[in-house]
Design a protein around this ligand. Structure first.
Ligand SMILES: Nc1nc2c(ncn2[C@@H]2O[C@H](COP(=O)(O)OP(=O)(O)OP(=O)(O)O)[C@@H](O)[C@H]2O)c(=O)[nH]1
Ligand SMILES: [Zn+2]
Length: 304
């Protein structure tokens, strides 16, 4: 944007690569700038493409956010929290051990569907052979819905893990999420060899304090791919999703929507409900419908 007659201080565009409280780090053509928002705004997410104005050599203020392709949220009763912007793929990392929670997987899938992000599953630690069949069997609940599953072992076969996952990242903006202990960090470190250095740099620039990795960060993989690593979380609240969004975010409901007796059916206790019939006939997994009911309940509890 700079050039003859254009002051260097205007027209900077960057991508937000880390966020910690109200402090952000933007990458502008490889240069890392500390950024703040104007006023008390906190509506910036990692992955946002922002217009910046320099305030000193390595600091800038965020003037505006460019239009987002997607926005991934989570929320509780009191507020919603931006997880990442402009994602095209979401990878849920699970493992043969420790055990994974179906609730968290389904919530992640629902969040991805609601945001228009393609969801994939990664099963790590396939080297733990005795637990592999059970893990595969449990994941059938999701592969049968059409979500792709990729099996890897970060420890026993790192080359295979990289060869499997790297092509899936090409041309995409991805996020890796998972419960603690699944091996998400091990996988990210294979895919982004200098991730540790980047985290230390980001942590220093954001002044997050020693050893803190509790911030979301973005790594670029060449020019056309990026990975966002988010700190593990135990809960994935989806209080922000409306009823209409929820029924559409359960992909297996799709064929039955519109088939209920009442046009405003909530698919909970209504007579002649096509969804409830499908559950009774085993065409929709009971645990998914139960979660749907739970999420519907959550969406009615919002205080914002
Ligand atoms: N057997 C086996 N162990 C693995 C594999 N990948 C990672 N681990 C181990 O699993 C444990 C957790 O791995 P991390 O990479 O720290 O997992 P994480 O999901 O990032 O967990 P947090 O850091 O708690 O969020 C470590 O002890 C790893 O060495 C694998 O493919 N096979
Ligand atoms: Zn219904």
């Amino acid at each position: 944007m700079s050039g003859p007659g254009v002051p260097a201080a205007t027209g900077l565009t960057g991508i937000i690569i880390a966020a910690h409280g109200r402090h952000y780090l933007a990458d502008v053509d490889g240069r890392k700038l500390q950024c703040v928002t104007r006023g008390k705004k906190t509506n910036i997410a990692v992955g946002d493409v922002v217009n910046l104005k320099m305030t000193s050599d390595d600091q800038a203020v965020i003037e505006s956010i460019t239009e987002r392709k997607t926005l991934l949220y989570r929320s509780d009763q009191y507020k919603s929290k931006l997880l990442a912007a402009n994602l095209s793929r979401l990878f849920i990392v699970v493992a043969t051990e420790p055990g994974f929670a179906d609730d968290l997987i389904s919530r992640s899938l629902v969040a991805a569907e609601a945001a228009g992000i393609e969801a994939h599953l990664i099963l790590n630690k396939t080297d733990v052979a005795d637990l592999l069949p059970k893990a595969r069997e449990r994941l059938l609940a999701y592969t049968s819905l059409g979500y792709p599953l990729h099996e890897v072992s970060a420890r026993a076969n790192p080359e295979h893990a990289v060869a499997t996952l790297m092509p899936l990242l090409e041309g995409e903006s991805s996020i890796f999420i998972g419960q603690s202990g699944m091996g998400k960090s091990s996988l990210i470190n294979l895919l982004v060899p200098d991730a540790d250095i980047a985290v230390r740099e980001i942590s220093a620039a954001l002044d997050t304090g020693k050893h803190t990795t509790t911030f979301t960060r973005l790594y670029s993989l060449g020019e056309h791919a990026s990975i966002i690593d988010s700190p593990g979380f135990q809960e994935f609240g989806l209080y922000h999703l409306s009823e209409g969004m929820l029924e559409r975010a359960f992909v297996e409901f799709g064929p039955y929507l519109g088939g209920c007796k009442f046009y405003n059916c909530r698919h909970l206790i209504e007579p002649q409900c096509a969804i409830l019939t499908a559950v009774a006939e085993g065409k929709i997994a009971k645990f998914r419908h139960t979660l749907y009911g739970q999420l519907l309940h959550e969406s009615a509890q919002t205080l914002y």
